[in-house]
Design a protein around this ligand. Structure first.
Ligand code: PLP
Length: 451
């Protein structure tokens, strides 16, 4: 019973168990064990309520890209709250921070993705995408183009629309029936599913499933294809280089809108502002959240190119969609300052040329030959490690990877996350080489204790 010893952490755990229902948690198991109470944070470190220091190998939930404790972001929020804490962006109103942020996003997104719609979470951005693409095709005189194609093991959020679009069966089972009109193709998971094909061949094969699906359901019925450049919550599945250019070719051929869900990959994670730049494709629509404000305040956005924006604006009538807090001024001010810091401090360049390659090589050097390590994939400051029971036959680890993360990683002073049979890392982008060494060493200790 964790509630008997009177520590600050236990007082919170006790209250939490009585009153707080957690997302994505087994409440009974959580209450028996007691929640991890995080009390403060600085740089890449968090401290729990009992003052244990942990390296946050997950940047919160893949979001604190700029690291914790940045006074500039705090000042931006406070300053904006003093001037204008809230005003809406509905009904022909606007304000300076949201306008400046839209311009800043237009300046960093690739191609002509210059017009930006705001929401509060990644899931809301995804709902926005679905409503926008269906509305777009209706305005184009093709209301029958409604179907969406997504992928197995994708994660696109937890609203009804986001969960329906995602390819995670455990989320679907709890909320059956999901939204209709969604079709799925396989994921580009070379290590687990290639069956002897080279990475290049497998990338093309998986991309061509999109063409087969489009032909199966009828090209005239398909509104859009959506994918994460790298599947994050699916376990950090890095697609073969051949995959995205082929997906783009197929989308163009059948006039299917291509949507990049950049909620995790955006804002420097892969060493460029957006994952589509790293993987060499140009989406028609790009959703973003998390790293947009480094998680300091909730905000998300959907950027679209001229084709969609012009259609929405040239046809008379409202786009009947939006949220009270779309473009919240304080969140927008924080996001703007976050983008400035990422840019002015050269954070993304160092992910591309220094800390990213360093993390990838340290992981392979320190952990690559570990008997539990089947495969490491990653790019920039995101990585997934598939745990195996037998390296030769690629038989996956049959223990609970969640327990390895919760118990062994925590004991070693590291927050890492389990995604299926994989341990994933996605630290703040400001992590130094020394901190990367410490993070990888702690992971190694956790694996040694598990083996
Ligand atoms: N899309 C992707 C690719 C995500 O990884 C996530 C969250 O992890 C979401 C959408 C949903 O974002 P949120 O949790 O902010 O609703």
């Amino acid at each position: 019973d964790t509630t008997t010893t009177p520590t600050p952490g236990n007082a919170i755990r006790d209250m939490d168990a009585r009153h707080h229902l957690h997302p994505f948690s087994d409440t009974r198991a959580l209450n028996q064990r007691g929640a991890r109470v995080i009390a403060r944070a600085e740089g890449v470190y968090v401290w729990d309520a009992d003052d244990n220091q942990l390296i946050d190998g997950m940047a919160g939930l893949w979001c604190v890209n700029i690291g914790y404790g940045r006074q500039e972001l705090i000042d931006a929020a406070v300053g904006q709250m003093q001037t204008l804490p809230y005003y809406n962006t509905f009904f022909q109103s606007t304000h300076a921070p949201v306008t400046r942020l839209a311009k800043a996003i237009a300046g960093i997104t690739p191609g002509d993705l210059d017009r930006v719609f705001f929401a509060n979470s990644g899931s809301e951005a995804i709902d926005t995408v679905i409503r926008m693409v269906r509305h777009y095709w209706t305005l184009k005189g093709k209301p029958y183009r409604k179907l969406l194609i997504a992928r197995e093991n994708a994660y696109h959020g937890s609203t009804l629309a986001g969960a329906s679009l995602g390819g995670m069966g455990h989320m679907h089972r709890q909320c059956d029936p999901m939204l209709p009109g969604i079709h799925r193709i396989g994921q580009p998971y070379w290590y687990g599913e290639a069956d002897g094909l080279s990475e290049e061949e497998f990338g093309l094969q998986r991309a061509r499933e999109l063409e087969e699906k489009i032909l199966e359901v009828g090209p005239d019925n398909v509104a859009a294809f959506i994918g994460e450049p790298i599947q994050g919550a699916g376990g950090v599945i890095v697609p073969p280089r051949t995959y995205w250019p082929e997906i783009q070719r197929i989308c163009r051929k059948y006039d299917v809108l291509l949507v990049a869900d950049e909620v995790i990959c955006g804002f420097g994670r892969t060493g460029q502002w957006f994952g589509c730049q790293t993987f060499d494709f140009q989406p028609d629509i790009l959703s973003m959240a998390k790293g947009l404000s480094s998680g300091y305040l909730p905000i998300s956005a959907v950027a679209v190119g001229d084709r969609i924006a012009d259609t929405l604006t040239e046809h008379c009538g409202d786009f009947n969609h939006g949220f009270t807090y779309s473009g919240h001024p304080a969140a927008a001010a924080v996001a703007l300052e976050n983008i400035r810091l990422l840019r002015d401090e050269g954070v993304i360049e160092s992910v591309a040329t220094d800390t990213g390659p360093y993390l990838q090589s340290r992981l392979r050097g320190v952990i690559g030959e570990h008997p539990l390590c089947g495969h490491i994939e990653g790019i920039g400051l995101i990585a997934g490690l598939a745990l195996v029971k037998d390296r030769q036959s690629r038989t996956f680890f049959d223990g609970d990877v969640g327990t390895v993360c919760r118990d062994e990683c925590t004991a070693a002073g590291l927050i890492a996350r389990a995604c299926g049979n994989r341990i994933v890392l996605s630290p703040p982008l400001v992590i130094s080489r020394e901190e990367i060494d410490a993070m990888v060493d702690r992971l190694r200790i956790a694996l040694d204790r598990t083996y």
